[in-house]
Design a protein around this ligand. Sequence first.
Ligand code: Z15
Length: 839
Amino acid sequence: GKEHWPRGEEAVWKSALRDVDADSPAIIKSIVNHVQTSLARQAYNLDDLGAYQAAALSVRDNLLVNWNETQLSYTRKNPKRAYYLSLEFLMGRTLDNALLNLGLKEQYRDSVKKLGFSVEDILDKERDAALGNGGLGRLAACYLDSGASTELPLWGYGLRYKYGIFQQLISPEGNQLEAPDPWLENSNPWELPRLDVNYEIRFYGHADRLGDGKGIWQGGQEVLAVAYDVMIPGYGTKTTNNLRLWESKPKRGFDLNSFNAGNYEAAVASSNSADAITSVLYPNDHTSCMYRIGKELRLKQQYFWTAASLADILRRFKQQGKPIRELPDFVAIQLNDTHPTLAIPELMRILLDEEDLNWEQAWSIVTNVFFYTNHTVLPEALEKWAVPLIEHVLPRHLQIIYDINLFFLQAVERKYPGDRERLARMSLIEEGQPKQVRMANLAVIGSRKVNGVAELHSDLVRTTILKDFVDFEGVSKFSNVTNGITPRRWLDQCNAELSDLITKTLKLEKEVWLKDLFKIKGLLEFTEDAAFRKEWWAIKQRNKERLAHYVQTTLGLTVRTDAMFDVQIKRLHEYKRQTLNILGVIHRYLTLKALSPAERKKTNPRVVFFAGKAAPAYYIAKLTIRLIVNVARIVNADPDTKDYLQVYFLPDYSVSLAEVLIPASDISQHISTAGTEASGTSNMKFCLNGGLLLGTVDGANIEIAEEVGESNVFFFGHLTPAVEDLRYQHLYHPVPLQEKCPALHRVIEQISAGLFNDAEVYEPLLNTIRQNDYYLLSDDFDSYIAALAMVDEAYQDRDEWIKKSIRTTAQMGKFSSDRAILEYAESFWNVEPVTVKKK
Ligand code: Z15
């Protein structure tokens, strides 16, 4: 009977199943072929997951052809290449992106439909590759997309974690719980194991000096690094670059350990064995290792990855038969934060101990190969490694670091004779118990260029944390590359309807404006076109409904879609001030409660969404989640207010969830204490999708306002230069909260009084504000509330709001990651595009 027949069109299946030269279309044949061969499954019981896997394998075949041609043309042309070393690549899903980049989406849509499947359902079966924590890891992913799309010979190097960022669960009380993310469970069609590409990586052992700066390192433990390649297709190009991820394996096969899923932190720290090195992504964002357990394993991850990547880069370079001194003419290595800084002493070790160069030759090569990007000025995020730990794990590298430091401090002493304080500040070694190696200092002196990630941040880098280095080396080494985002994923893919409307309106091929994002400026002339505005708004509305549908099906909650959608989604951190947002929500709730029903009716209904993960050991951040969840519970259940205010904490924030949330937002919040958010990149994503920005004068918010016009953003709060002084006032001239900010005091006392359950639980969180209020909530609260009121008012004038929305999208051209990656290529790396011919 029929139930034994595959889904879809009988004739299509029949002809594809019959044999290889059947006359069915190539895509259908390829999918059916993968069902039968690669998956060894029968058409008769194929489910959505199987269909996803077969479609993915079929797309992979296309990518492989391009990948091979790209690598072949690189080998033939031998251009200078760039390498992006990042401990995190937050890739999200691949199939949709690959289909769009290959221009095959519609063909696959038709083909899978004929086979009885919907392309959306199939795409939804893919698990995110979540090998990152947040902004830094997602930036790396956007840069790979842009590198391939601009035809740059750019490879990424990272780690193939068996477990990505933890899965976030919310307990009945509202606490965050962490579960492992076994993302490789269903086999991963996007990676190519290269078991033949492997390197032996040494740890521990002993190092002897041989004079002349050279040395020898022997003994200890050797671990195998095995390559897994992930293909990175460019948009509308044949270029398909490579992301090479390393997996650790024991050199001899008896060194196994088991992952203890019960206790996340302990499991992270548990083992000393070879496979433990790439078993799990560290879930700490903005926290250097020093206060954390498991730090030896993290150090081993960093060395394992940098050593394997360098060995691979050098092997590729050497295959060309060039002398080693020409390395900087063929290789540029971008260090994504200080995480890969061990690459600097590692390259020194190779050049001195294995290539037999002298110190000057080696140092001159090193300092022309590396480039360092700083992503934060927060002191707790600056990496420092205990000297005894490095000595134990990497004894030869410690010697080299000491030698680098000696030569460096001698040079500083020559320029500033007798300035001991300056020497102490600039030293690679921080005195103390124990002594620590300052990785940022090492990254700076070992690199050709240093950059921050937005103008304000780069200024702060130059004038605060790296001021001494600017004085010493000259300012030209220290520059800025403002971050960007790929408009393919963050507009075309996540908001296809808006993308189509833009294409139609601009009368350009979408391949044109998606590769030259400045072209969307052409939308400006349509702000006065009422029909266009109507379409623009209708798309926003459908995106809200898509989000509401997601919340309904995953959480069983009904979101009203006729309200303003207000979104704050990012890692939980005190500096990002989710607490300010939830306190503002409570303020709104209390204000609504005090209004008469008639007055309430005049208010602008608002739905506030939060999502984000807290580091498992970050107590205050976890308390903030708990408060948000409990506020949501009380507020959403209150019949007086529920038509005007709803609050949701969406668990398990991810790239895929961002792709649903961002297109649905009317307003998004980027409200860090001034001077703390280096750039931010989700701010760019929201604005590109026509969401307005409510933010502080911080990071890339400033440049967004410059581009879209200040009248189209909502700014509030103190500016960066005021922050230091305000903190000083908090410490030495504290004013009671009740006097300083009565509105905030009232909110806090309501929490304390138990309005949101479990009064005592929140005291440590509330005390951070009552006590020294380091992140200045009490200084910014009033202007925050005023800004929220302005947002409400602006939203009432619907036509004007839509115009703001269009103007915002239209002027986001600067924030394409294509622009950013080309700045790196041109002004730092001196790497040029290589065109791979289309056949
Ligand atoms: C991280 O995601 C960022 C900085 C860090 O130092 C670490 Cl450890 C993780 C973020 C910044 O907070 C954010 O402002 C920036 O946009 C992003 O890096 C990419 O540069």
